[in-house]
Design a protein around this ligand. Structure first.
Ligand code: AMP
Length: 389
């Protein structure tokens, strides 16, 4: 095995979004150069990269030129075509491997692989058309959630169905696209664990965090998740199992449902840093992005231990711009609030524009402050007279 890829080297990132931006910040801080490959110009990551290569993912000649110029390729956007990853892999190691990406790009492949490795998932069935409706309904029951097998994230391509008639109608609208029918899980909470695995097989796991979604999009993350120790340990064990069995080199997030009886079901995997892991930038000595740099460059992993007693993260969606530019100064009147903005030009509703993170002595205080800071964004300068803290 060759040695680690050391600072000064060029690291390549497929995808130019906020995950690539925060990866690039971590890599540049450590002295790496970063080349970003993305189909758009002036992307959040490209703005701070050493070089931004603008080309479609299926321009394989451009992918080849990009991969020749870097020592390792990683990605921040997981719906990169397989041919892109295969082309890149001929010229530089791709970490995590394209085979993992291939598995996680399709919900059926992902659930199948999780099952093989003994990781519990909700009951599910494959649906290729209306002819599968009766058998899938019998296998899974109702209520259920119909999800397209590919290209789904943040609730896109998914629909809750209450009975067979609704399922039939929803399947009819799929246009022949393969889907998965999943039992609706009556979860008491959603948790996620971000972990990293290095080239030598070493694993570093962050504690589980608790996630609340609005319209299927992550809204609030609380760190650590306020769950009993056995749940925390079980969640970390599931993440360790996934990292080891899938032989991940890089960072991966396991999203889970916590049930009433304290058992856990895995909802999905993200083979990259995750929105719920952004809290590690402010609450941990080594964040998920530095961990990704270390893992893909073959360096030792950093400590995943939290240094703040508690922390909360709230997402900032484009909706906050509806009445004009948010009142940044008002949010930052809380001296414990950290503002992270991704420098995206078009604040559309539902688009992730940034996040606020607060570290505090208690989870309640961290959450209250993060929510208050976000509410303050919507105040006019006159309304924002701060009472002091
Ligand atoms: P996904 O795109 O699979 O990550 O789903 C987005 C969100 O939809 C999840 O975080 C849950 O809040 C909800 N969801 C997805 N699948 C289910 C399910 N089988 N049962 C209950 N809620 C679900």
């Amino acid at each position: 095995m060759t040695g680690p890829i050391l600072p000064g080297a060029v690291v390549g990132v497929l995808g130019g979004g906020q995950l690539g931006r925060m990866f690039t910040l971590a890599a540049r801080r450590m002295g790496y150069r970063v080349d970003v490959f993305a189909p758009e110009d002036s992307t959040p990551a490209g703005q701070i990269a050493f070089r931004e290569i603008r080309a479609p993912y299926d321009d394989l000649e451009a992918v080849e030129r990009f991969a020749r110029g870097v020592e390792v390729v990683t990605f921040e956007f997981e719906n990169v075509p397989s041919a892109t990853v295969e082309t890149a892999a001929r010229h530089a190691p791709v970490r995590p491997a394209g085979s993992l990406l291939h598995t996680t790009q399709n919900r059926l492949r992902e659930k199948g692989a999780l099952g093989v490795h003994g990781v519990p998932v909700a009951a599910y069935a494959e649906v290729n058309g209306v002819e599968d409706v009766a058998s899938a309904a019998a296998e899974v029951g109702f209520p259920a959630v119909l999800k397209t097998a590919s290209w789904g994230y943040d609730g896109k391509g998914q629909r809750r169905v209450a009975d067979e008639a609704e399922l039939r109608a929803a399947v009819g609208e799929l246009d022949g696209e393969t889907a998965v029918l999943e039992a609706f899980v009556p979860f008491v909470a959603e948790l996620s664990v971000v972990g990293a695995r290095g080239l030598a097989g070493d694993v570093a796991l962050y504690e589980p965090v608790l996630n609340r979604h609005v319209n299927h999009i992550l809204d609030v993350t609380l760190c650590p998740a306020p769950v009993p120790r056995p749940v925390r340990d079980a969640a970390q064990e599931l993440a360790r199992r996934v990292l080891e069995r899938f032989e991940v080199v890089g960072v991966l997030c396991v999203e889970m449902f916590l049930l009433e009886d304290d058992s856990l079901l895995v909802n999905e995997l993200a083979p990259r840093p995750h929105n719920s892991g952004h809290i590690t930038i402010d609450a941990h000595p080594v964040c998920q992005f530095e961990q990704q740099v270390r893992a893909v460059c073959g360096l030792p992993l950093g400590s995943p231990r939290r240094h703040a007693p508690a922390a909360a993260m709230v997402n900032l969606l484009g909706d906050l711009w509806e009445r004009g530019t948010p009142n940044w100064a008002a949010a930052l009147r809380d001296p414990l609030a950290h503002l992270h903005l991704y420098a995206k030009s078009g604040p559309r509703p539902g688009r992730k524009m940034g996040h606020l993170a607060v570290t505090a002595d208690t989870l309640e205080d961290a959450e209250a402050r993060a929510l208050a800071a976000r509410r303050a964004l919507l105040t006019t300068p006159e309304e924002a007279a701060w009472t002091g803290r």
